[in-house]
Design a protein around this ligand. Structure first.
Ligand code: ASP
Ligand code: MG
Length: 439
């Protein structure tokens, strides 16, 4: 059995949905198809939630009406038979009725998650009706019946596996299943989600849960590229990445894949393939245990980084200093990305400033604290990169004009990370494209 996941742009237009239907019926291998919401829908649902939260119910109503018109047009184009159009309209109107009811009741965090869940519910229901019109036998699987997160917002594969087994057992005669990405139930039993872009994560979790032969992630680009195509002129798709390399790339800025979506596949040794809906014959990127080759494979950048430097002469020859510092970040559940140390100072970076004030206040007793916002982490990712002497030499030569703030090297065999002021991110990526990849 395999998993095929299609993102928002792959289902965002009726003709794209036709293409998806073709792709999932090309072979007879049983499959679970994970769909995102139609492109743009989740953004609108976020805006609807924000408008309601801010008491702007008229704005919310307007957004709901516009979205509904979009779906009405979509249905007319997607479906040809009156019977199926009517069915789709009834189904979609129920979801909009739900949104309109929410408008009238008092707002809560849980309710905003209910709003966000409508996108994937609608896209999968529409696609399912289209398959029905095409006489393609399948079953629609409610993700809310099997996808879950625990009280720390973490999905547990074994939990998901046993719940999914029960759901699949209800359709023992089927070989094609359509399900929602992104949405899940939380430990309180409420509707929740796996965070923006989380449909990839759903696909990987489902693949791990059913021990799939492969987890295919279909998007609108022919795999993971060696650099950010929006910033540099020439980029090339990477043929093969190890799970570790892919995780570093996804985490450090490659937008094609949700960063958390690597671990379930890696843990259960499920190969992941990144493929292009618009160009299905393209090789794409294969992510598996082996890296395939040695040396630098890609650079990626992560924005919105904050650097925190703590300097104190008391650190000299002292022990326990690091622990105290890290405990502050742990207390505020704020992950640290990069760390560098000298005898009297330590620098760390974070990308979440929710508790920045509390963190700096609690760090102050340890020394002088300096905060630098607007930084970017640029990561060079590859296999045995630290052991490839050329990479470092090229890196320093290439970036001689860039004010690098921090360097992290050696902790991972797959990564050299640099901290640069955000204003230098573009230039850094462009220079590295030439200096390291000769592009
Ligand atoms: N629809 C959700 C989002 O836009 C999840 C996804 O597409 O992966 O974030
Ligand atoms: Mg995505």
């Amino acid at each position: 059995m395999k998993v095929m996941k299609f993102g928002g742009t792959s289902v965002g237009k009726p003709e794209r949905m036709y293409q998806v239907a073709e792709l999932i019926t090309k072979d007879n291998e049983p499959k679970i198809v994970v769909l995102s919401a139609l492109s743009g829908t989740t953004n609108v649902l976020v805006s609807i939630g924000d408008a309601i939260a801010n008491g702007k119910r008229d704005d919310a109503k307007q957004l709901i009406n516009n979205l509904q018109e979009h779906y009405d047009r979509f249905i007319k184009e997607l479906l040809k038979k009156e019977e199926h159009r009517k069915k789709a309209q009834d189904v979609i109107h129920e979801h909009f009725e739900f949104l309109n009811i929410i408008l009238k009741i008092s707002f809560s965090e849980a309710l905003s998650k209910d709003i966000l869940a409508q996108g994937e519910l609608m896209s999968t229901k529409l696609f399912s009706i289209y398959l029905e019109e095409q006489n393609i036998d399948h079953a629609w699987l409610p993700a809310l019946d099997y996808m879950s997160i625990d009280s720390h917002d973490e999905p547990q594969v074994l939990e998901i596996r046993s719940a999914l087994k029960k759901v699949l057992a209800k359709h023992a005669d089927k070989t094609l299943f359509i399900t929602q990405g992104y949405i899940c139930k939380n430990a309180k039993g409420e509707v929740d989600n796996l965070k923006r872009g989380g449909s990839d994560y759903t696909a990987s979790l489902v693949a791990a849960a059913i021990k799939a032969s492969v987890c295919e992630i279909w998007t609108d680009i022919d795999g993971m590229h060696n650099n950010d195509p929006r910033i540099v002129d020439k980029t090339l798709p990477i043929e093969q990445l190890s799970f570790d390399e892919a995780a570093e790339l996804a985490y450090f800025g490659a937008k094609i894949l949700h960063p958390a979506s690597i671990w379930p596949a890696q843990q259960f040794k499920i190969p992941v393939k990144l493929l292009n809906t618009m160009q299905p014959e393209a090789k794409g990127t294969s992510i598996e245990e082996k890296a395939g080759s040695i040396g630098a494979k890609a650079v990626a950048a992560k924005d919105g980084i904050i650097a925190i430097n703590i300097r104190s002469s008391r650190m000299l020859l002292a022990y326990g200093f690091m622990r105290k510092i890290f405990e502050v970040f742990e207390k505020y559940r704020t992950p640290i990305d990069m760390v560098t140390t000298s005898e009297v100072a330590v620098s760390v970076t974070i990308d979440n400033d929710t508790f920045l004030e509390n963190i700096t206040r609690e760090l102050e007793p340890f020394g002088t604290v300096e905060v630098n916002r607007d930084q970017a982490i640029v990561s060079v990712v590859g296999n045995e990169i630290a052991q490839t002497p050329d990479v470092l030499k090229k890196l320093f030569e290439t970036l001689s004009g860039v004010p690098v703030q921090m360097i992290s090297y050696g902790a991972s065999k797959h990564n050299v990370s640099l901290l640069v002021p955000a204003a230098y991110k573009k230039q850094t990526l462009q220079l590295l494209n030439k200096g390291i990849f000769n592009l």
